[in-house]
Write a protein that binds this ligand. Structure first.
Ligand SMILES: NC(=O)c1ccc[n+]([C@@H]2O[C@H](COP(=O)([O-])OP(=O)(O)OC[C@H]3O[C@@H](n4cnc5c(N)ncnc54)[C@H](O)[C@@H]3O)[C@@H](O)[C@H]2O)c1
Length: 263
């Protein structure tokens, strides 16, 4: 199969939340490789510095400007507003937003604590709302922009987490991301701004890998429950986000793309 051409997001300004670790880091690196100028956002300052180093020293040769890192809590309104003000002052525009921040768990529903439920909803949904609101206010005036949210296979329930720890708040939040994506897409469909989501299956990161191995012996372990019989790698998700963020997906909006090995 022929390789896609280089520079698929050349010259674009791309903001990735959760860029200090895991999938967010892989997404940021992939967008940089394809020519985007990155704004990396996270609460983990040390992790951001490492992502920034990897971009600067990696094969991100097409990146027209070096990345910048901003430490911010994207579940809070004031830091998010300040963050977008700073980006627009520095770059004059934003072309791509990736809402990667998410995760969290409440444990089994019968013992779930209210504060844990609220935390999961805030981390996954409130963060996406706050960042999307700021980005779209700018993008719809410009008449262009692409937003990619991180949903999850868990939007339809996840057999292994259900059995092991319970995870209904996370499933609810990721189903919420699907509905949010669809609703915002319809609001903006005629404005030149697109918004889509990627729903990863089990993807091996530093954080998730050990947990997946621990529960593989379950009847519905992550590999057994995945028709392609492998755990995904961050690059699988980064490639899907790159496509949706790029102009190659010009006629795609409101879609949640499953990248889940057939689940
Ligand atoms: N890894 C998987 O298997 C998988 C599967 C399905 C969906 N997802 C989704 O993909 C996304 C990334 O997953 P991951 O496994 O890379 O997670 P991760 O925990 O490794 O990374 C999340 C990042 O978000 C940052 N963060 C946390 N709270 C924040 C806040 N309030 N403000 C700013 N940054 C904050 C963390 O510091 C971390 O760098 C999440 O939305 C997750 O739900 C992951």
């Amino acid at each position: 199969m022929s390789q896609p051409p280089a520079g698929r997001v050349s010259g674009k300004i791309a903001l990735v939340t959760g860029a200090a670790n895991g999938l967010g880091r892989a997404i940021a690196l992939r967008l940089a490789e394809e020519g985007a100028t990155l704004v990396l956002v996270d609460i983990d300052t040390a992790g951001l510095a490492e992502t920034e180093r990897l971009i600067r020293t990696g094969s991100a040769g097409g990146s027209n400007r070096p990345p910048t890192s901003i430490t911010a809590d994207v579940t809070e309104e004031a830091p998010v507003k300040a963050l977008f003000r700073q980006v627009l002052e520095t770059h004059g525009r934003l072309d791509i937003l990736v809402n990667d921040v998410g995760g969290g768990s409440t444990g089994h529903i019968w013992e779930a604590r209210l504060e844990d439920w609220d935390h999961v909803i805030r981390l996954n949904l409130r963060s996406a709302f706050l960042c999307t609101r700021e980005a779209t206010a700018h993008m719809r005036v410009r008449g262009s922009g692409s937003i990619v949210n991180l949903s999850s296979g868990a939007r339809e329930g996840t057999p292994w987490t259900a059995a092991y720890i319970g995870n209904s708040a996370y499933s609810a939040a990721k189903a919420g991301i699907h509905g949010f994506t669809r609703g915002v897409a319809l609001e903006l469909a005629d404005s030149g701004v697109r918004i889509n989501a990627v729903a990863p299956g089990p993807i091996e990161t530093e954080r998730t890998g050990p947990g997946f191995r621990k529960i593989e012996q379950l009847e519905y372990g992550p590999i057994r429950a995945t028709p392609m019989r492998r755990i995904g790698v961050p690059q699988d998700i980064a490639n899907a986000v790159l496509y949706l963020a790029s102009d190659e997906a010009a006629y795609v909006t409101g879609t949640t793309l499953a990248v889940a090995g057939g689940r």
